[in-house]
Ligand binder design. Sequence first.
Ligand code: C5P
Length: 224
Amino acid sequence: CKTLIIAVDGHSSTGKSTVAKLLASRLGYTYIDTGAMYRAVTLEALRKGFIVGEKVEEEKLKNCLSEIHIDFRYNPADRRYETYLNGEYIEEQIRTMEVSGKVSLIARIGFVRKFLVEQQREMGKAGGIVMDGRDIGSVVFPHADVKFFMTASPEVRAMRRYKELLEKGEKVEYAEVEENVRKRDYLDEHRAEGPLVKTADALLIDNSEMTIEEEVQVMLEKIE
Ligand code: C5P
């Protein structure tokens, strides 16, 4: 039977990755987290000192882009895919507030998007994937078999992310997290290339008042 390409796009902190992972595991598909790839490039740019305040030294980044190798490896013990940068495990480092605060600056750069979109197309072309991101249904796989667009109010999303960060032991203020969520929305929606946009053929899911299980059910029904 045909194995599908399923695109899950939407705003930051809508729990896209949680439901995309669940969907993938119920369908026996591979889950691909494209946000992790933008985060990995951001981590590398931070380490190399290419991000100064709100400015990215684009020429320097461009010159070393071909040396950035990102891959996902399955960890059977935790039953999840984990992100590696040039062979180094970076799953935790890419989820910090520092990386979240800068990632949209990197994600708006055209050559970065081109570099990652090519890899995403390669990873997904055989189907049997659930890919989550911002531009999967619009740019990476405009002909995806099923498309979802997830959203929730900024306050609900910021509160979820805030709790997650506290659980990980990060010292953050709620206001800082809400500001980050709103800023990323703005930058993601207003960039020239691959902006966050709901395509007409995507099913809109506002999960402000839904449980994860309800959401997965709605999605599975649509897929069927
Ligand atoms: O999904 P996640 O929040 O981890 O993504 C981090 C950031 O990467 C987003 O805020 C967005 O700026 C960028 N991104 C993107 N296109 C994608 C996935 C993520 O621009 N397909």
